[in-house]
Design a protein around this ligand. Structure first.
Ligand SMILES: *Cc1c(COP(=O)(O)O)cnc(C)c1O
Length: 375
């Protein structure tokens, strides 16, 4: 079976893990701190605004705590989005308000958001679909005008830039994922950006027992208090959601390759575009704006024969899927009555094709040939 996504891990990462083992400190340490620095520098940002964690989902739940989502709050969420976002909002008693998206790019637009803003709107939780940046100028203006927090789920958009600014760093908070299926993987892992220094301090506390950052706590053997190093102070009821050096070491090696991973993904994306745009019965993705760069996380086509095509490809050894099932259609979120025509249409027509850096040219030829022969 040709996978739709898969990680590229090998001897470089294994050698780096061995160094961590040999160091005898597999917990959070210099490998993680280095990973945070290198990641933020690739985004042209100061590492002081970044903190790693053990998954992007953790970061999404953290948003609802740091920004204190509560009962009276409405949080706008484009319906084509990741399940953890409404989960996090509901867990704090706040209300997710699902919005429509552009039917072709599957990205949310300012006009979709504007329709759902009320006096209770506290935050907007956007997603850069498949690594292609949303049109941010209008969204940023809207948030400023209405005094609404902007949170960017950039799980799939590492090194995606909008007018030269990295996705995930244009609003109040952003987050990235390094899980098993993302462009770079640390096994599991996530990264968080906060615009405000106060928020980053709160986040660090929340992700590590509520202990003040850099406190020489009883949990830190580098504590150089002469005595009483077991004494602690706690600022908030935090938990433990930090990255360890094994993940950090894998991440450092993956960061060395991220640009080549993205170039290979672009080649695949371009080849699909070139070959498949000749077919009348399907649509290829809309052009990426000249002021944006993508991480090329997804490639998708749209056809009213989507279901048949997915089964045919699966029977021929190619796994495809649709991301993300519209949240307003999930019964648990009790939003079935709302009408989001573009999201509905996208969920009927869209099929995500295999795209990852280890896809061979033979694999690609096979996929393209099968799609061309489909009738
Ligand atoms: C994968 C993904 C996440 C969650 O990332 P984890 O690290 O697996 O928790 C969040 N948002 C989007 C858009 C994703 O694709």
């Amino acid at each position: 079976m040709i996978n739709i996504f898969q990680p590229s891990l090998g001897s470089d990462e294994l050698n780096e893990i061995k160094k961590v083992f040999d160091s005898n400190w597999i917990g959070k340490g210099n490998y993680v701190l280095d990973f945070e620095k290198k990641f933020s520098h690739l985004l042209n940002k100061n590492s002081d605004n970044f903190i790693s964690t053990n998954s992007c989902t953790e970061a999404i739940f953290l948003a609802s705590e740091i920004f204190d989502f509560n009962k009276k709050d409405e949080i706008l969420v484009p319906s084509i989005n990741f399940i953890a976002i409404p989960n996090a909002i509901i867990s704090k008693g706040a209300k997710p308000i699902f919005t429509d998206v552009d039917s072709r790019s599957l990205n949310v637009r300012a006009i979709d958001l504007e329709k759902k803003i009320s006096k209770n709107t506290k935050a907007i939780f956007i997603n850069h679909y498949g690594g292609v940046p949303c049109e941010m100028d209008e969204i940023i203006d809207l948030c400023k005008e209405k005094n609404i927090l902007l949170i960017e789920d950039s799980a799939c958009a590492p090194l995606s830039f909008y007018k030269g600014i990295a996705c995930g760093t244009m609003g109040d908070m952003g987050m990235w994922s390094f899980d098993a299926m993302k462009i770079i993987s640390t096994g599991d892992g996530g990264m968080i950006y906060f615009k405000s220094k106060d928020d980053i301090i709160k986040a660090k506390e929340q992700l590590y027992f509520g202990l003040p950052p850099k406190s020489k706590s009883g949990l830190d053997s580098s504590n150089n208090n002469k005595s009483g190093w077991w004494e602690i102070e706690v600022n908030r009821p935090g938990r433990r959601a930090i990255m360890n050096n094994i993940s950090g070491a894998i991440g450092l090696k993956q960061l060395e390759k991220i640009n080549s991973f993205i170039s290979r993904r672009k080649q695949i994306y371009d080849l699909y575009n070139e070959e498949l745009s000749k077919l009348e019965w399907l649509k290829t993705p809309p052009d990426i704006s000249s002021h944006s760069t993508s991480s090329y996380y997804f490639y998708w086509i749209q056809t009213n024969r989507r279901d048949e095509l997915a089964i045919y490809l699966k029977e021929n050894g190619i796994y495809t899927t649709f991301r993300y099932w519209p949240l307003h259609k999930v019964n648990f979120f009790k939003s079935n009555h709302i009408d989001l025509p573009n999201a509905d249409q996208a969920s009927r027509l869209t099929l995500n094709l295999p795209i990852h850096q280890d896809l061979s040219n033979n694999d690609l030829d096979k996929i393209v040939d099968l799609i061309k022969k489909f009738n």
